[in-house]
Design a protein around this ligand. Sequence first.
Ligand code: DGT
Ligand code: MG
Ligand code: MG
Length: 288
Amino acid sequence: MANSRKLRFEYVKNFEQPDVLLPSTWIVVRIDGRGFHKLSDHYSFVKPNDRRALDLMNRAAVEVMKDLPDLCIAYGVSDEFSFVFHPNSQLFERRNGKLVTTIVSTFTAYYIYLWSEYFPSTPLKPPYLPSFDGRAVVYPNIRILRDYMSWRQVDCHINNLYNTTFWTMVLQGGMKNTDAEQELKGTVSADKNEILFKRFGVNYNNELEIYKKGSVLYRQYELEEPKATQIDQEPQPSVENQSRSQQDKIRKLRRKAQVVVDHVDIIKDEFWERRPWILSGTPGKLPV
Ligand code: DGT
Ligand code: MG
Ligand code: MG
């Protein structure tokens, strides 16, 4: 009886659509804070950069990296974070929905759990509760993955230079928001650097690296001497050729490594050449 009922209803399973991401590609899951313009105002985030807010984002992202050893690198700026899975990753059979929702909910859970450490005097209160959206995009090779990462870091630079100049004009220069905005329209980087330096004695180069470069998270092994650029050296062997026990061993080695938060250039080759394990997927030497 129960069994025939089960059969009668079970057809609904056929409505579920497969959402497996392409094999052997880099999977980037980017999450972004929902309505953080309002949320940052409500909890009085410092303008243009709130160190506590960025540190909290980074802490939550470190916990996500520790939770998911298949992640090889993550990059964060403002209210967003990009998490990168190696092409060899078979986590959740590479199902889009499982990957994105797991990252979004793990990140959000830690963000809320750790909030009071970073904002002890402004407790979270509805309706201003932090939430994040997320999406997965796959990239076919290292060159395009690196272009994606470079795109995010260039975006960080452009936005930070603009925001630093704008808020210096408003907060130090006493200008109205609309006037500062008007004056900055059509300016290039050099103009903004000059406004900061000539009018306010601010040298943009001396701003904190975390603001200028964003945050790069990866597993730390011993740095290596730069070798030839790996841009077209795709990782080998693919996971189809790796046994279960090999994969488990690699996962264990990844868990042993410390996840570090760095604020460095990821556009040039040097970062990648000195940390070949990020793109190769093969763990390096643990520092002694
Ligand atoms: P969305 O993502 O479409 O739901 O909308 P928003 O409001 O989250 O917009 P988005 O993601 O384009 O921009 C991020 C906002 O978060 C931006 O309005 C400034 C704010 N925000 C992020 N980090 C900081 C910070 O450190 N200090 C301050 N004051 N605001 C920040
Ligand atoms: Mg947002
Ligand atoms: Mg954003």
